[in-house]
Design a protein. Structure first.
Length: 137
């Protein structure tokens, strides 16, 4: 017998958790699918990410993200974008920004990258463009 249920839960901190329960052969299975947070400003997003362990400041380079303060460089195969938040200015295009939460594949290195839409696209490797592109659209 298989019984399943999926749902969403919104909490006071503006997060939504999508989860799924199922029972198969008398065993209860619980899978948390995704946690989504919503922020009104770039500063709010960065502050919350820092509180959740994304403490490094990354910058874009041609074929990697770099944290100059710690001497860390990660190429596109060495990191994943775990969260991203897009902010659009109401009247000023210069207010448009994307905040990326970046983690090394082993999860030991975590930081934040902010980027204005398309600002650095001409100066990035094809691999870096591919890594960031699917998150922008």
């Amino acid at each position: 017998m298989i019984i399943g249920w999926s749902g969403y839960h919104a909490s006071a901190n503006l997060s939504i958790i999508h989860y799924h329960f199922s029972i198969t052969k008398g065993i209860l299975n619980f899978t948390k699918i995704r946690i989504m947070f919503f922020y009104d400003t770039v500063v709010e997003a960065i502050t919350a990410l820092r509180q959740r362990g994304y403490t490094l400041d990354f910058n874009l380079a041609f074929d990697q993200v770099q944290c100059q303060a710690e001497g860390i460089c990660l190429n596109p195969a060495e990191f994943e974008i775990t969260e991203h938040y897009r902010f659009e200015g109401n009247t000023n295009p210069s207010d448009e920004d994307i905040v990326y939460a970046i983690a090394s594949m082993d999860g030991r290195i975590k930081g934040v990258l902010t980027s204005a839409y398309g600002m650095y696209a001409d100066n990035l490797s094809p691999a870096m463009l591919k890594k960031l592109h699917f998150k922008i659209k």
